[in-house]
Each structure stands twice: as structure tokens, then as C-alpha cells.
Design a protein around this ligand. Structure first.
Ligand code: ZN
Length: 258
């Protein structure tokens, strides 16, 4: 099932997306989609609504160097346990929204990633089984990074935390076992990153279990699972697209600093 958040003619809601192409529709969900998904009976043509970021997480937990080829391109070894950091909730933007280049960075880069959306009951000190149960679904993410600031600061907070540095979308796919799914990043139609989720060092259940020993993951929280090799620069005017096979494509335009 595809779950989106939409702006529709009378407000905003979660929605179940059905069909492809011109006949595609969005069926309004009553409340949140984490337990039994109930629709209200209200339905719109997909072209009459706007897709928003599919979830507004309380936090985004990210994992660094979770693909050996990406760790190697920056001269790092693969870590022996997951390397985690946070992006603030205010970094989230939805499909089609702008990624704004901050004036203080000269090197903003894309990182195409599979994003896990946590569902009920969340995860706290979860073993792998409980961690798997806590997965609501998957979406695409771009872990936008000011690489020069990441090198300059000891902490990743500034480099990873600017407003608009976490595009999410276009929707959440709840029926997916991402054991071997292509991850692709294109900038202006040129393929920059091409990898597969099979090459993750730590799989989503391992990551959720590990993170949940540190902090409670609440329903709606998002875990970014790391990026394959090929990260590279974004310039004002670019269109950057992240695709994960079995989910869809998340596209954003890059807005230059003023
Ligand atoms: Zn990343």
C-alpha cells in the first residue's frame, strides 16, 4: 500500500494512493495510518492534490558509512557498529520542494538513501524481531550534506541540519522487503549514484534495534540507512532525483543561496 500526505482542496490528510497514471486517485485516511487504515470515503484524482512530505517525524536518525563503497570514497573503513547521527525535524521537505543552498557552504552534496518509517508501537530496547515489527514502511530520502562544513566541524549537526536538507517522499510503501532494491540518484538526468540495498553493512532491523538501545523510536520517526558511492555536488538550478526500486522517485529542485 502507498501512503502519502496530501494537500487537497479542503485541507491536509494522509491518503491511500491507488492506481497509476491519469486514473490514479488519493483516498483520504481518517486520522493517522499506523494502525488499521480507515478511509473517509472522500477521494480525489491524484492530479488535483499535492504530495507533501509523507511523514513529519519527531526525529530523523541517520547512519553513516553503511555502504563499503561510500566509506571507501572518503577514505574510511566500514565501522564495526553503526555510526549514528541526527537530522532535525525542520530539515524535512516534500517532493517538488526546494533544497536551499546555504550561503556558508561551497560544497553541498546529495546522498540517495532508503528511509525507514517507524510505525506502532515504536521501538525501545528492541531486539531484531521487535525492530522488524516496528517498521511501518519505506520511502526515499536525500541526506543533503554540506561536505565542507562536515569536514570542518567535529559534529555533523550543522553540515546535515540546514532547513530543507532532508527531502522525503514521494510516499511510504508499506509492502516492501528491501533486501535487493536499486538505489539511484540523478542530477539533471545524469546518473550520479547507483547501488543496491543488498550492499548495506547493517540491515534496517539491525539499525532499528541498535538505535533503540539509545533512544526510543516513536511512530513516524525516520531512519536513513546510509548512501552508496557517488555522492557529489549540487548547484543552484539542478533537479536532483532519488529513486528506490519498489517505492518511486523523489525529485527536488536546488535553490541557490541569496
Ligand atoms: Zn547519509
Amino acid at each position: 500500500m502507498r501512503i502519502a500526505r496530501i494537500a487537497h482542496p479542503t485541507g491536509m490528510s494522509f491518503a491511500v494512493l491507488e492506481g497509476e497514471g491519469p486514473g490514479a486517485t488519493a483516498a483520504e485516511v481518517d486520522g493517522h495510518p499506523f494502525a488499521q487504515v480507515k478511509t473517509t470515503g472522500q477521494r480525489w484524482a491524484l492530479e488535483d492534490v499535492r504530495l507533501l512530505a509523507p511523514i513529519l517525524p519527531s526525529k530523523i536518525v541517520c547512519v553513516g558509512r553503511n555502504y563499503a563503497d561510500h566509506a571507501a570514497e572518503h577514505g574510511h573503513e566500514v565501522p564495526s557498529e553503526p555510526l549514528i547521527f541526527l537530522k532535525p525535524s525542520t530539515s524535512v521537505v516534500g517532493p517538488g520542494e526546494g533544497v536551499r543552498l546555504p550561503a556558508v557552504s561551497d560544497q553541498v552534496e546529495h546522498e540517495a538513501e532508503l528511509a525507514v518509517v517507524i510505525g506502532l508501537p515504536g521501538a525501545r530496547e528492541a531486539d531484531r524481531d521487535a525492530a522488524s515489527q516496528a517498521v511501518f514502511g519505506y520511502t526515499c530520502a536525500n541526506d543533503v550534506t554540506a561536505r565542507d562544513l562536515q569536514r570542518q566541524d567535529v559534529q555533523f549537526t550543522r553540515a546535515k541540519g540546514f532547513d530543507s536538507f532532508c527531502p522525503l517522499g514521494p510516499w511510504i510503501e508499506t509492502d516492501l522487503e528491501p533486501t535487493d532494491n536499486e538505489i539511484r540518484c540523478e542530477v539533471g538526468g545524469e546518473v550520479r549514484q547507483l547501488g543496491s540495498t543488498k550492499d548495506m553493512v547493517f540491515d534496517p532491523a539491525t539499525l532499528i534495534s541498535y538505535i533503540s538501545q539509545v533512544m526510543t523510536l516513536l511512530p513516524g520517526d525516520v531512519v536513513l540507512t546510509g548512501t552508496p558511492a557517488g555522492v557529489g555536488p549540487l548547484q543552484g538550478g539542478d533537479t536532483v532525483s532519488v529513486s528506490v526500486a519498489g517505492i518511486g522517485t523523489l525529485s527536488n529542485k536546488v535553490v541557490p543561496s541569496e
